[in-house]
Design a protein around this ligand. Sequence first.
Ligand SMILES: [Fe+2]
Ligand SMILES: [Fe+2]
Length: 326
Amino acid sequence: MKQTEEHLPLKEVRAPVKEVRAPLKEDQASLEEDRVPLQENQANLEEDQAPLKELDEWDDFVATRYRQGKSEEEFRNYKADANPTVTEFYRQNHKYQTLDFVLKKKAEYCGLNRGQKSIWEMAEYLNTLVDDSDPDTDVTQIEHLLQTAEAIRKDGHPRWFILAGFLHDLGKVLCLYGEPQWAVVGDTFPAGCAYSEQVVFPEFFAANPDSGKPEYQTQYGMYEPNCGLDNVHLSFGHDEYIYRVTEKYLPEEAQYMLRYHSFYAAHRHGAYRHLMNEHDEAMFEWVRKFNPYDLYSKGRERPNTKEILPYYQELVSEFFPDKIDW
Ligand SMILES: [Fe+2]
Ligand SMILES: [Fe+2]
């Protein structure tokens, strides 16, 4: 993964944002510094080097896994769609996402103490995440966000729903903070209780140290029956981070969309209902409503960023102050 200055479609059209950016110079300098540990981290991984060429490889796998028109039986044959790098990615994800790890990362990031930035600054920052992908065929991170949001807009959904589409993957900046791929993307699952067979590659959980802790391997583990997902620690990643950053500005339906969009075992396969309460059940309707836009908007034509950006600038300003805590 390398970073580049080239993928900044917002540059020309973001004059109003630019003016307020001057005080951020220092912040950005500190972000530059933050990139250094990324390489160190990865070097330390040795045999567990980042397996995906690009983060989107995981998204592409999920989209293929749930390709429209597939039967339940075909969904269960997901291994046919998983190439060796995706398989290796899941091996690492399931091995390292322990309850301790999740709690550590929540403590590190969910206090939102990495400084204030606007949504647009973070979107541009995320767009510097460019992998060894083909710029002619692969959409940028911002293009994926806009494609998702535009598909929602075309279907006439409320403004907060469109906004959720635009925001949903901004948490992938975790990757730029130096987090390994397995701590940023991947299907999420509860830590601290038995793993469901409905999570992809469940066999890889055998290597997770929590598998050796009997108190975490009962159906409920550390949780109470139907305690509600807010009391459950899902594996850490971009969902939880963007939920935390945006929660106080968005309606609850949108919060659920952001927080659980990668929790496929639950929203696609009905797993972990014993941990959900009635409110979760009701709200998951919205998570399910959101999912197809995330999965299937990629094949559409590239969004005309310049043309639609003013709409999104207004939409973001309607819900967010200029700067928020990250
Ligand atoms: Fe996502
Ligand atoms: Fe996405």
